[in-house]
Design a protein around this ligand. Structure first.
Ligand code: NAD
Length: 245
């Protein structure tokens, strides 16, 4: 479904991002994954190589626009294009507002929102020149009604939806599609740390009565990245077992 396409995927070392990398590779994309550390990028590349996939990777500081621009330029030099950008890297929060420092709140915005801005800004001139491109953002089911603690996280994901819908409108004249996927509770490290007594009632409240597998989320990214979604832009696609529908 993605034969010949070059895709950059942030937060590609584990969890949902790692499955997006795998599923894009299975569908013949050339994938460049980003992670927060050189070691984790290398580990993910080694695992993927063992499974027969050839990918490369970088670990730019997502809070540094110049570093991001320089890595994006390097990739365009090497591959001569970036067809798909997946802004997936993210961090979450679960503390009450009184226990959340200003620095913690700002850090969530930095990784979940500002990095998405820097990365999109770095690839958009190239996509505009080519008059085509796909940008996909990872939102969350909490971008619909919020959540009862960790206010920075849903705040950041509402911003992701705003950026997705606005850029979809701004970039449509250049045939650049911009969409988001809003996963429900998904089996990754992000939820693994939560105790069973917190998780069980959440799972029971989901109509499908289970968490999503990362691959089930990755498949939505595959669809939106592919030409099957050629008339879809500005959408936030919920993949949440009807948790928020
Ligand atoms: P995860 O913690 O397993 O993976 C997070 C990824 O983001 C990692 O690859 C990590 O390297 C990257 N990352 C984190 N901080 C970074 C930083 N400072 N610089 C660069 N990269 C950084 O989490 P996940 O569950 O796979 O989450 C992926 C995305 O899905 C996030 O945007 C998250 O908000 C979203 N999401 C997850 C769930 C869930 O239940 N797991 C639900 C809804 C949305």
């Amino acid at each position: 479904m993605l034969e010949g396409k070059v895709a950059v995927i942030t937060g590609g070392t584990r969890g949902i991002g790692y499955e997006i990398v795998r599923v894009f590779c299975e569908n013949k994309a050339k994938v460049i994954l980003f992670g927060s550390k050189e070691e984790t990028v290398e580990k993910a590349i080694t695992q993927l190589k063992e499974d027969g996939f050839s990918v490369t990777g970088y670990s730019p500081n997502l809070q540094n626009p110049e570093e991001i621009q320089s890595v994006i330029d390097q990739i365009i030099d090497e591959y001569s294009t970036i067809d798909i950008l997946v802004n997936n890297a993210g961090i979450s929060a679960n503390k009450k507002i009184e226990d959340t420092s200003a620095e913690e709140f700002i850090q969530i915005m930095e990784i979940n929102v500002n990095a998405m801005f820097h990365l999109s800004k770095a690839v958009i001139p190239h996509m505009k020149n080519k008059k085509k491109g796909v940008i996909l953002n990872t939102s969350s089911m909490v971008s619909i009604y919020g959540q009862p603690s960790g206010v920075g996280y849903p705040t950041s994901k509402f911003a992701v939806n705003g950026m997705t819908k606005s850029l979809a409108r701004e970039l449509a004249p250049f045939q650049i599609r911009v969409n988001a996927v809003a996963p429900g509770v998904t089996k990754t490290d992000m939820v693994a740390s939560l105790p069973q007594e917190i998780m069980e009632p959440i799972i029971q409240s989901i109509p499908l009565k289970r968490m999503a597998e990362p691959k089930e989320i990755a498949n939505a990214f595959l669809f939106l990245a592919s030409d099957l979604a050629s008339y879809i832009t500005g959408v936030v696609l919920s993949v949440d077992g009807a948790a928020m529908n």
